[in-house]
Write a protein that binds this ligand. Structure first.
Ligand code: GLN
Length: 201
């Protein structure tokens, strides 16, 4: 259940894309639409052309990267990243990282972070919790961790936006936003709202 109402002031003509190859994309779409913004599924390179920003959802990072390569999206995504904001959650964050310490895929490298895949444990160890959201006056945000990656290192230009037990779980690096957890599954719109504000700038 999504409890919040749209914040007035977003440019209603924005279009946000959500990479819809694999994983938890439909709930992201719902969150963006609840905020009154158009959201389209991205399955082919040409779909990126209509997007002002993109969400890369959680799922399974190897499967997602293989699908991306198979349909010829690797280079179009790199081109997109040069100009437009991207928000990655969980597997999305893994794909966007510069370094993965325990995985064989080559990530996009847009975020100056090192991550450990499944750093918060296996599927059976998934959990819901409150995390500390720092940008406004520190507040608690509900978050779901599902086979979540752990952020081991952040570069100097990386801003930590949320912490759990003193560790970064949501970060911003320039026009890139990423969380180790699933913000789309709890009904809390804080991160999606923050991302839309990044797109507006
Ligand atoms: N551990 C998964 C992976 O490596 C990510 C889990 C998720 O996105 N919920 O791809």
């Amino acid at each position: 259940m999504v409890a919040s109402v749209p914040k007035p002031g977003y440019k209603m003509k924005l279009t946000i894309g959500v990479l819809a190859l694999q994983g938890a994309f439909s709930k992201h779409q719902h969150m963006i639409q609840v905020l009154g913004i158009n959201c389209v599924e991205v399955r082919k390179p040409q779909h990126l052309q209509e997007c002002d920003a993109l969400i890369i959802p959680g799922g399974e990072s190897t499967a997602m990267m293989n699908r991306i390569a198979f349909i010829g999206l690797t280079e179009p995504l790199h081109q997109f990243s040069l100009q437009k904001p991207i928000f990655g959650t969980c597997a999305g964050l893994i794909l966007m990282a510069k370094e993965i310490n325990n995985h064989h895929i080559t990530p996009f490298g847009w975020l100056d972070i090192t991550v450990e895949r499944n750093g918060f444990g296996r599927q059976i160890e998934s959990f819901d919790t409150e995390i500390f959201w720092l940008p406004e006056q520190p507040q608690q945000v509900r978050a779901r961790f599902i086979r979540a990656p752990r952020i081991l290192n952040v570069g100097e230009e990386v801003k930590v936006l949320a912490e759990f037990k003193g560790e970064p779980v949501c970060i911003q690096h320039g026009k890139f936003l990423a969380s180790t957890f699933h913000p789309e599954l709890t009904g809390d719109l804080t991160l999606h709202r923050y991302f839309l504000e990044m797109v507006e700038v």
